[in-house]
Unconditional design. Structure first.
Length: 227
């Protein structure tokens, strides 16, 4: 049974418990082959960087964030925190539950695809929206893990290939960058392979610059000759 670690970020314990109960109920029904782990953090006086560090240290798979933090002593709201996490943690499922959905939609404060109304999701009366929320949450976690596994496999299978094309070498560095930022999601390039790839790309870029220079000088000579 695979573990899924979901972090709930809210400043009200009663809402955290309601969200946990909702997710547990739906996962038990639709995703019984997964075991849930819930992570929480005391928001008081926590910086956004401290929360990102917590996500990495605890190997969190996704976050569910409240839109408004009225009880916690912080200088950001849920939207600002969500955007910051997305910048620092690439390809990371981030969801928002809010009672202020009109503000979120009208001001386009974040990805509205992952915004849900707290009351409707946490209420057993609206089972359709509740299940939609949990389905999106779990499927995004599963697909993210799958994507990182594909990146890791691509690196393993291609990092030692000296005949890679420019696009293949560039993809290796791109995937390595993602894996470096998402510690624990897979192994990146080994140091020697990374050095070789960067050397090859540097050589190609140097060659392109020389060709461009020759073409530029040739065009300049042609113009002079025509005069």
């Amino acid at each position: 049974m695979e573990n899924i670690n979901i972090m709930i970020i809210d400043d009200e314990k009663i809402k955290i418990n309601a969200i946990k109960s909702t997710i547990k109920r739906c996962v038990k029904k639709m995703f019984s082959n997964y075991s849930l782990i819930f992570s929480e953090i005391d928001l008081n006086n926590k910086t956004k960087d401290e929360i990102v560090t917590f996500i990495f240290d605890n190997k969190v798979d996704a976050v569910v964030i409240d839109y408004s933090f009225t009880a916690a002593k912080v200088d950001y709201n849920g939207t600002e925190l969500s955007k910051y996490i997305s910048e620092k943690v690439p390809l990371f499922p981030t969801f928002m539950l809010t009672a202020h959905s009109d503000d979120v939609y009208q001001k386009e404060l974040c990805d509205t695809y992952n915004v849900f109304d707290f009351e409707r999701v946490s209420s057993s009366k609206d089972e359709k929206e509740t299940q939609e929320f949990v389905n999106k949450l779990i499927y995004q976690i599963i697909n993210t893990k799958k994507r990182f596994k594909e990146m890791e496999d691509y690196i393993i299978n291609n990092q030692s290939n000296e005949s890679n094309s420019i696009s293949e070498d560039s993809r290796l560095l791109e995937y390595d960058s993602y894996l470096e930022k998402r510690i624990g999601m897979g192994e990146g390039l080994n140091p020697q392979s990374k050095k070789n790839i960067m050397s090859r790309l540097d050589s190609i870029n140097t060659l392109i610059e020389k060709v461009d220079k020759i073409i530029g000088e040739s065009n300049g000579t042609t113009k002079k000759d025509s005069l």
